[in-house]
Design a protein around this ligand. Structure first.
Ligand code: C2E
Ligand code: CA
Ligand code: CA
Ligand code: CA
Length: 279
């Protein structure tokens, strides 16, 4: 009876662990969610120093029937574990291209879109062919697509990744290094790979608002070096006016952050592109 009691307690304590219960549920529901169109893309504008819209990053959301809106931070790691990341990424690329095609057909001003790509996708056979096929199907110029990879993707000693990145560049897609400064790559490495864009992680910007001299020095020298290497620089997570002012003074190229706009649903992004105004 004692043992049973203990087991019962064990079961009870597991069942009230909502976060692991949620993870399990999400993992189980993911395949169905793709089939039932529960994923949705939000768009976060990337603006120049005058506040004009230059491009946007596509960020996936999951409208789950029971859990409501689930953020990618919760389900992307699960998708990477259960290999659904490949179908999900194909869905994102196809959704972006189909919107680009729609805007082009309607003769709307079309802005480049950035798409996040997991290193697992870059390692996979057929990834390049898939992208080529989607671009061809929707008649989209590769220059309208930027692929965001984290800097540790470059460090992976993986021939497939390196040759795939080369091919993507040859196709004309731009490569952006996401969360730059949180990993271990150097600017030399980034230069060797002929990366097009660096996205400075929001971590560095945090302290700028508090007049942290070291962070100011890091940010301004990264901007300076990137410029010297002809790499475009985007500052991420700009939330405060003082951060923007500093970045502008240092001649940063683009910024992305709540100060200008949160990620917005498709309709809002379309209005922004149409009017040229952020909402
Ligand atoms: P990320 O690529 O670094 O995307 C930027 C994240 O920062 C987004 O969170 C965005 O909403 C948030 N953000 C933007 N501006 C600000 C700001 O001013 N302050 C703060 N505090 N946050 C800001 P989100 O949309 O929750 O995405 C989280 C992560 O999930 C992304 O980080 C990316 O790594 C991943 N992710 C999103 N969509 C996809 C996708 O389609 N595929 C893949 N593989 N990963 C994705
Ligand atoms: Ca798991
Ligand atoms: Ca990103
Ligand atoms: Ca980022």
């Amino acid at each position: 009876a004692k043992k049973l009691g203990k087991n019962n307690y064990q079961i009870f304590s597991d069942s009230i662990d909502i976060s692991s219960y949620k993870q399990l549920a999400l993992e189980n529901d993911m395949r169905k969610a793709l089939e039932q169109n529960q994923f949705e893309l939000y768009y976060q504008p990337q603006v120049n120093m005058e506040g004009r819209i230059h491009s946007a990053e596509a960020l996936v959301r999951w409208n789950h029937p029971d859990w409501g809106t689930v953020s990618p931070g919760e389900f992307i790691p699960l998708a990477e574990e259960n290999h659904l990341i490949h179908d999900l990424t194909s869905w994102v690329i196809e959704e972006v291209c189909s919107q680009l095609k729609k805007w082009k057909t309607m003769e709307k001003p079309v802005k480049p879109i950035a798409i996040n790509v997991s290193p697992l996708c870059l390692m996979r056979n057929g990834f390049i062919e898939k992208i080529k096929q989607i671009l061809a199907d929707y008649e989209i110029s590769a220059h309208l697509i930027q692929l965001e990879i984290t800097e540790n993707t470059l460090l992976k000693d993986n021939e497939k990744i390196q040759s795939n990145l080369k091919m993507l560049k040859q196709l004309g897609l731009a490569i952006a290094i996401d969360d730059f400064g949180t990993g271990y790559s150097s600017l030399k490495y980034i230069h060797d790979f002929q990366v097009d864009i660096l996205k400075l992680d929001k971590l560095f910007l945090k302290e700028l608002a508090h007049d942290n001299e070291k962070d100011k020095a890091i940010v301004s020298s990264v901007i300076h070096l990137a410029k010297g290497l002809n790499i475009k620089i985007i500052a991420e997570g700009v939330e405060r006016y003082e951060q923007y002012q500093f970045l502008k003074q240092k001649d940063c190229d683009l910024i992305q952050g709540f100060l200008f706009s949160k990620p917005v649903p498709l309709e809002t992004w379309e209005e922004m592109m149409e009017t040229g105004y952020l909402k």
